[in-house]
Design a protein around this ligand. Structure first.
Ligand SMILES: [Mg+2]
Length: 269
Protein backbone atom coordinates (compact mmCIF):
# COMPACT_ATOMS: atom_id res chain seq x y z
CA UNK A 1 0.00 0.00 0.00
CA UNK A 2 1.34 3.40 -0.99
CA UNK A 3 -1.77 5.54 -0.62
CA UNK A 4 -4.14 5.23 2.33
CA UNK A 5 -7.27 7.18 1.44
CA UNK A 6 -10.15 7.47 3.84
CA UNK A 7 -13.50 9.16 4.19
CA UNK A 8 -13.82 11.21 7.41
CA UNK A 9 -17.29 11.25 9.00
CA UNK A 10 -18.07 7.91 10.62
CA UNK A 11 -15.11 6.31 8.83
CA UNK A 12 -11.96 7.86 10.31
CA UNK A 13 -13.92 10.06 12.71
CA UNK A 14 -15.83 8.35 15.53
CA UNK A 15 -18.87 10.63 15.27
CA UNK A 16 -21.68 8.10 15.03
CA UNK A 17 -23.77 6.03 17.44
CA UNK A 18 -21.33 3.09 17.68
CA UNK A 19 -18.68 2.79 20.39
CA UNK A 20 -15.16 3.95 19.51
CA UNK A 21 -11.90 2.39 20.66
CA UNK A 22 -9.96 4.71 22.88
CA UNK A 23 -6.54 5.41 21.41
CA UNK A 24 -7.44 4.34 17.86
CA UNK A 25 -6.80 7.79 16.39
CA UNK A 26 -3.41 8.05 18.10
CA UNK A 27 -2.60 4.61 16.71
CA UNK A 28 -3.66 5.68 13.20
CA UNK A 29 -1.50 8.81 13.42
CA UNK A 30 1.51 6.85 14.64
CA UNK A 31 1.23 3.94 12.19
CA UNK A 32 0.81 6.14 9.14
CA UNK A 33 3.86 8.22 10.16
CA UNK A 34 5.94 5.14 10.80
CA UNK A 35 5.07 3.37 7.56
CA UNK A 36 5.59 6.35 5.29
CA UNK A 37 2.29 6.03 3.51
CA UNK A 38 0.66 8.89 1.62
CA UNK A 39 -2.41 9.78 3.69
CA UNK A 40 -5.38 11.19 1.77
CA UNK A 41 -8.67 12.35 3.29
CA UNK A 42 -11.60 12.03 0.88
CA UNK A 43 -14.61 13.83 2.27
CA UNK A 44 -17.80 15.74 1.66
CA UNK A 45 -16.59 18.38 4.12
CA UNK A 46 -15.30 21.77 3.07
CA UNK A 47 -11.76 22.83 4.03
CA UNK A 48 -13.01 24.79 7.06
CA UNK A 49 -14.91 21.76 8.37
CA UNK A 50 -11.91 19.49 7.76
CA UNK A 51 -9.73 21.79 9.85
CA UNK A 52 -12.39 21.74 12.54
CA UNK A 53 -12.30 17.91 12.52
CA UNK A 54 -8.49 17.90 12.74
CA UNK A 55 -8.67 20.12 15.84
CA UNK A 56 -11.63 18.36 17.43
CA UNK A 57 -10.49 14.74 17.00
CA UNK A 58 -6.69 15.21 16.85
CA UNK A 59 -6.39 13.33 13.59
CA UNK A 60 -3.12 14.09 11.81
CA UNK A 61 -2.93 16.42 8.81
CA UNK A 62 -3.18 14.43 5.58
CA UNK A 63 -0.62 14.77 2.78
CA UNK A 64 -3.48 15.41 0.38
CA UNK A 65 -7.06 16.49 0.96
CA UNK A 66 -9.85 15.65 -1.46
CA UNK A 67 -12.74 17.74 -0.11
CA UNK A 68 -16.24 18.83 -1.12
CA UNK A 69 -17.03 15.28 -2.35
CA UNK A 70 -14.13 15.23 -4.80
CA UNK A 71 -14.49 18.66 -6.36
CA UNK A 72 -11.42 20.11 -4.68
CA UNK A 73 -7.87 18.74 -4.17
CA UNK A 74 -5.24 20.31 -1.94
CA UNK A 75 -1.75 19.30 -0.83
CA UNK A 76 -0.58 20.00 2.69
CA UNK A 77 3.10 20.94 2.67
CA UNK A 78 5.21 23.11 4.96
CA UNK A 79 2.20 23.65 7.23
CA UNK A 80 0.06 25.15 4.49
CA UNK A 81 -2.62 24.06 2.04
CA UNK A 82 -1.82 24.31 -1.62
CA UNK A 83 -4.55 24.05 -4.23
CA UNK A 84 -4.00 21.45 -6.92
CA UNK A 85 -4.91 23.79 -9.77
CA UNK A 86 -4.58 21.11 -12.46
CA UNK A 87 -7.70 19.47 -11.03
CA UNK A 88 -9.94 22.47 -11.77
CA UNK A 89 -8.70 22.56 -15.35
CA UNK A 90 -9.23 18.83 -15.67
CA UNK A 91 -12.84 19.12 -14.45
CA UNK A 92 -13.67 21.94 -16.87
CA UNK A 93 -12.13 20.06 -19.77
CA UNK A 94 -13.79 16.74 -19.02
CA UNK A 95 -17.27 17.97 -17.97
CA UNK A 96 -17.80 20.87 -20.43
CA UNK A 97 -21.59 20.97 -19.98
CA UNK A 98 -21.41 21.29 -16.18
CA UNK A 99 -23.23 24.38 -14.92
CA UNK A 100 -24.06 24.62 -11.21
CA UNK A 101 -26.49 27.52 -11.69
CA UNK A 102 -28.41 25.67 -14.42
CA UNK A 103 -28.77 22.65 -12.13
CA UNK A 104 -29.97 24.94 -9.37
CA UNK A 105 -32.65 26.42 -11.62
CA UNK A 106 -33.74 22.99 -12.88
CA UNK A 107 -34.56 21.70 -9.38
CA UNK A 108 -35.61 24.96 -7.70
CA UNK A 109 -39.33 24.15 -7.43
CA UNK A 110 -39.06 20.50 -6.27
CA UNK A 111 -40.65 20.03 -2.85
CA UNK A 112 -38.75 18.19 -0.11
CA UNK A 113 -35.27 19.47 -0.89
CA UNK A 114 -33.55 22.48 0.65
CA UNK A 115 -30.39 24.04 -0.73
CA UNK A 116 -27.42 23.74 1.64
CA UNK A 117 -25.60 26.79 2.99
CA UNK A 118 -23.14 28.64 0.74
CA UNK A 119 -20.14 27.07 2.44
CA UNK A 120 -21.30 23.64 1.17
CA UNK A 121 -21.90 24.77 -2.40
CA UNK A 122 -19.39 25.95 -5.00
CA UNK A 123 -18.68 26.17 -8.70
CA UNK A 124 -18.41 22.38 -8.87
CA UNK A 125 -20.87 21.41 -6.14
CA UNK A 126 -24.58 22.08 -5.78
CA UNK A 127 -25.92 20.43 -2.61
CA UNK A 128 -29.25 19.91 -0.86
CA UNK A 129 -30.78 18.47 2.28
CA UNK A 130 -33.50 15.99 1.45
CA UNK A 131 -36.33 14.40 3.45
CA UNK A 132 -35.02 10.84 3.62
CA UNK A 133 -38.50 9.29 3.88
CA UNK A 134 -39.41 10.60 0.44
CA UNK A 135 -36.05 10.33 -1.24
CA UNK A 136 -36.96 7.70 -3.83
CA UNK A 137 -39.79 9.68 -5.44
CA UNK A 138 -37.76 12.85 -5.17
CA UNK A 139 -34.71 11.33 -6.86
CA UNK A 140 -36.94 10.21 -9.70
CA UNK A 141 -38.17 13.77 -10.29
CA UNK A 142 -34.63 15.08 -10.00
CA UNK A 143 -33.41 12.59 -12.61
CA UNK A 144 -36.16 13.62 -15.03
CA UNK A 145 -35.10 17.25 -14.77
CA UNK A 146 -31.33 16.92 -14.67
CA UNK A 147 -29.98 13.54 -15.74
CA UNK A 148 -27.75 13.66 -18.79
CA UNK A 149 -28.07 17.41 -19.39
CA UNK A 150 -25.11 18.86 -17.52
CA UNK A 151 -22.30 16.23 -17.54
CA UNK A 152 -23.35 15.71 -13.94
CA UNK A 153 -23.16 13.05 -11.26
CA UNK A 154 -26.14 12.85 -8.89
CA UNK A 155 -25.07 11.42 -5.54
CA UNK A 156 -27.42 10.66 -2.68
CA UNK A 157 -26.39 9.59 0.79
CA UNK A 158 -28.06 9.27 4.16
CA UNK A 159 -26.53 10.99 7.16
CA UNK A 160 -27.30 8.59 10.00
CA UNK A 161 -26.31 11.17 12.59
CA UNK A 162 -28.74 13.90 11.56
CA UNK A 163 -31.31 11.59 9.94
CA UNK A 164 -31.22 13.73 6.81
CA UNK A 165 -30.61 12.81 3.22
CA UNK A 166 -27.80 14.62 1.41
CA UNK A 167 -28.03 15.19 -2.30
CA UNK A 168 -25.02 16.39 -4.26
CA UNK A 169 -24.84 17.42 -7.90
CA UNK A 170 -21.24 17.34 -9.09
CA UNK A 171 -19.53 17.37 -12.46
CA UNK A 172 -19.35 13.69 -13.42
CA UNK A 173 -15.57 14.00 -13.76
CA UNK A 174 -15.22 15.30 -10.17
CA UNK A 175 -16.33 12.76 -7.59
CA UNK A 176 -14.51 11.04 -4.74
CA UNK A 177 -13.69 8.25 -7.20
CA UNK A 178 -12.34 10.35 -10.06
CA UNK A 179 -10.36 12.61 -7.74
CA UNK A 180 -8.65 9.59 -6.20
CA UNK A 181 -7.98 8.09 -9.64
CA UNK A 182 -6.45 11.40 -10.73
CA UNK A 183 -4.28 11.50 -7.64
CA UNK A 184 -3.07 7.90 -8.11
CA UNK A 185 -2.07 8.81 -11.66
CA UNK A 186 -0.31 12.00 -10.53
CA UNK A 187 1.73 10.00 -8.01
CA UNK A 188 2.27 7.08 -10.44
CA UNK A 189 0.72 4.64 -7.98
CA UNK A 190 -1.09 1.52 -9.22
CA UNK A 191 -4.69 1.04 -7.99
CA UNK A 192 -3.43 -2.16 -6.32
CA UNK A 193 -1.45 0.07 -3.96
CA UNK A 194 -4.35 2.37 -3.07
CA UNK A 195 -6.56 1.54 -0.08
CA UNK A 196 -9.83 3.45 0.17
CA UNK A 197 -12.02 3.29 3.30
CA UNK A 198 -15.63 4.42 3.59
CA UNK A 199 -18.92 3.95 5.42
CA UNK A 200 -21.85 5.39 3.46
CA UNK A 201 -23.66 6.18 0.21
CA UNK A 202 -21.26 8.63 -1.37
CA UNK A 203 -18.36 6.19 -0.92
CA UNK A 204 -19.77 3.55 -3.27
CA UNK A 205 -18.09 4.77 -6.47
CA UNK A 206 -14.62 4.93 -4.93
CA UNK A 207 -15.13 1.56 -3.22
CA UNK A 208 -16.01 -0.14 -6.49
CA UNK A 209 -13.47 1.61 -8.74
CA UNK A 210 -10.80 -1.09 -8.51
CA UNK A 211 -8.83 0.17 -5.52
CA UNK A 212 -8.41 -1.98 -2.41
CA UNK A 213 -11.70 -1.16 -0.73
CA UNK A 214 -12.46 -1.18 2.97
CA UNK A 215 -15.86 -0.77 4.61
CA UNK A 216 -15.64 0.03 8.29
CA UNK A 217 -17.77 -2.21 10.50
CA UNK A 218 -20.41 0.50 10.92
CA UNK A 219 -20.96 0.86 7.15
CA UNK A 220 -24.61 1.74 6.53
CA UNK A 221 -27.26 -0.41 4.89
CA UNK A 222 -27.40 1.59 1.68
CA UNK A 223 -23.67 1.04 1.15
CA UNK A 224 -23.82 -2.68 2.05
CA UNK A 225 -26.68 -3.21 -0.41
CA UNK A 226 -24.90 -1.34 -3.21
CA UNK A 227 -21.63 -3.19 -2.60
CA UNK A 228 -23.52 -6.48 -2.79
CA UNK A 229 -24.92 -5.54 -6.20
CA UNK A 230 -21.50 -4.37 -7.41
CA UNK A 231 -19.91 -7.66 -6.31
CA UNK A 232 -22.55 -9.66 -8.19
CA UNK A 233 -21.68 -7.72 -11.33
CA UNK A 234 -17.94 -7.92 -10.75
CA UNK A 235 -16.80 -10.65 -8.35
CA UNK A 236 -13.18 -9.55 -8.75
CA UNK A 237 -13.70 -6.34 -6.78
CA UNK A 238 -11.68 -6.18 -3.59
CA UNK A 239 -13.85 -4.90 -0.76
CA UNK A 240 -12.97 -5.84 2.79
CA UNK A 241 -15.58 -5.38 5.52
CA UNK A 242 -13.94 -4.74 8.90
CA UNK A 243 -15.35 -6.94 11.66
CA UNK A 244 -13.08 -6.33 14.63
CA UNK A 245 -9.99 -8.38 15.34
CA UNK A 246 -10.18 -8.98 19.06
CA UNK A 247 -8.14 -5.95 20.05
CA UNK A 248 -9.81 -3.38 17.80
CA UNK A 249 -13.58 -3.12 17.39
CA UNK A 250 -13.68 -2.51 13.63
CA UNK A 251 -15.73 0.67 14.04
CA UNK A 252 -14.47 3.95 12.51
CA UNK A 253 -10.70 4.48 12.87
CA UNK A 254 -10.26 0.90 14.07
CA UNK A 255 -11.86 -0.35 10.85
CA UNK A 256 -9.51 1.83 8.79
CA UNK A 257 -6.50 0.36 10.61
CA UNK A 258 -7.86 -3.19 10.30
CA UNK A 259 -8.49 -2.74 6.56
CA UNK A 260 -5.05 -1.25 5.91
CA UNK A 261 -3.48 -4.16 7.81
CA UNK A 262 -5.59 -6.64 5.82
CA UNK A 263 -4.05 -5.34 2.58
CA UNK A 264 -0.60 -5.53 4.13
CA UNK A 265 0.02 -1.83 4.40
CA UNK A 266 0.58 -0.97 8.02
CA UNK A 267 1.62 -3.57 10.54
CA UNK A 268 2.75 -6.50 8.44
CA UNK A 269 5.49 -4.75 6.44
MG1 LIG B 1 -18.78 8.97 5.94
Amino acid sequence: MKILATDLDRTLLPNGRWPADEGAIAMFNELTEKHDVLVVYVTGRSLALVEQAIREYAIRYPHVLISDVGTSIRKYTANAWQVYSGWDEHIKRTSPKWNAEAVRQAVSDINGMVEQEHIHCGPFKQSYFVEHNHHKALLKTVAERVKGHYDEAIIYSYDSQSGRGLLDFLPQSATKQTALEYLAQQYHVSYDDVVFCGDSGNDIQALTAGFCGVMVRNADEQLLANVKIALQQNPNLRIYHAKGDGKLSGYYTSGVIEGACYYGGLLSD
